[in-house]
Design a protein around this ligand. Structure first.
Ligand SMILES: Cc1cc2nc3c(=O)[nH]c(=O)nc-3n(C[C@H](O)[C@H](O)[C@H](O)COP(=O)(O)OP(=O)(O)OC[C@H]3O[C@@H](n4cnc5c(N)ncnc54)[C@H](O)[C@@H]3O)c2cc1C
Length: 323
């Protein structure tokens, strides 16, 4: 048992960019376990997605194309993943540390009698032991865990690994047909939030606002600014809780973890629970009227002043620069 099985995340066949970072983790892990990287795609109508994954340097792509998996249900999905893992000689079964990954992977661990490690930031070997690094206390500390079970299930922080580039390798695509058993839940409907903007975890530029943006209208200014970059809009929990924006915009310990190329933190104090979700961003620009705000400690560039004065000026300057 030495392979690393990656469960690729997709939305009705549209693969998320975060998968390519999980592949980098898997490659590193497989170099330690001495196995191969195998990717599993589970859902319905996955032909094109499978071809896309096969372009990466992986040993095999297993496709479980089954109508019972068309709409995500935890029980069915976890049972299918466990079935695939049993046949894949997997030492590590992993996926991205997203809401969905964190939902199904612990159940897979129960089924496989495997250890479960969430939010993995690194994998290494010491004295022939397989070790995993993960954050604790909102990222203030990191702990190193030793794998003591035959199989390890893991969710991986995509922000800690560079995205793997496709090589055009043309990996083998194989059909999988595990037994799929539900847990009694039934799919009723899914109200998708339709947005032209990229998903937060996939965005290269994020414009995030905090309580200091004061209202929905304040956030509308951030949205218009984000559109100049083709970026996504994020928020603090304080902004979400006070109804200025939807809760799927929340970034942080209890929200999404992101690491875009450019992160604007506008009227955000920089509480540790917020930093836990964004401090891996490549360049951070903070705007805050309080020069002592903790956000300036992680910012690459800081503008001290009133966001409602600075933002329109920045907006106009970026627009002019873009022509
Ligand atoms: C268990 C737990 C989990 C949590 N999870 C999260 C999480 O996932 N994400 C998260 O974000 N928080 C989380 N929090 C909440 C977190 O502790 C903070 O309360 C929150 O991040 C603060 O949000 P804020 O920066 O918008 O608000 P505040 O801390 O109130 O800061 C507002 C900032 O705006 C500035 N400001 C005000 N007006 C202007 C202006 N006109 N121009 C410029 N600057 C201005 C102020 O100077 C201030 O720095 C969590 C808390 C707990 C206990």
């Amino acid at each position: 048992m030495s392979n690393v099985l990656v469960i690729a995340e997709h939305e009705h066949g549209h693969l998320r960019k975060v998968n390519w970072s999980v592949l980098s983790f898997a490659k590193k892990a497989a170099a330690i376990t001495g196995g191969e990287v195998i990717v599993a795609l589970l859902g319905a109508g996955l032909g094109d997605a499978a071809k896309q994954v096969a372009q990466f340097d992986v040993a095999k792509v297993i496709v479980v194309d089954d109508s019972t998996l068309e709409n995500y249900l935890t029980g069915e999905f976890a049972s299918a993943v466990a079935g695939v893992a049993e046949n894949a000689d997997a030492r590590i079964v992993c996926t991205v540390a997203s809401l969905r990954g964190k939902d199904f992977m612990p159940r897979v661990a129960v089924k496989l009698e495997a250890g479960m490690i969430s939010d993995v930031m690194d994998v290494m070997e010491e004295d022939d032991e397989l070790l995993f690094k993960r954050p604790v206390w909102s990222g203030k500390l990191t702990e190193v865990l030793q794998a003591t079970t035959d199989i390890i299930c893991a969710t991986v922080r995509h922000t800690e690994f560079d995205a793997m580039e496709p090589t055009g390798a043309g990996a083998e695509i194989e059909a999988g047909s595990p037994d799929i058993e539900g847990d009694g839940a039934e799919f009723v409907s899914f109200d998708a939030i339709i947005s032209e903007r990229p998903e937060l975890s996939d965005a290269n530029v994020i414009i995030a606002g905090g309580r200091g943006m004061k209202s929905r209208e304040g956030f509308a200014q951030l949205e218009a600014f984000a559109d100049l970059f083709g970026g996504a809009v994020g928020a603090t929990r304080a902004a979400v809780d006070s109804g200025m924006c939807p809760n799927d915009w929340q970034i942080g310990q209890t929200g999404k973890v992101v690491a875009p190329d450019l992160y604007f933190a506008i009227a955000i104090s920089g509480a540790i629970q917020h930093l836990a979700g964004m401090k891996g961003s490549k360049t951070i620009i903070a705007i805050n009227k309080d020069p002592e705000a903790p956000i300036f400690q992680v910012a690459d560039y800081g503008l001290v002043g009133d966001a409602f004065k600075i933002l329109p000026e920045l907006h106009a300057a970026v627009k002019a620069a873009k022509g």
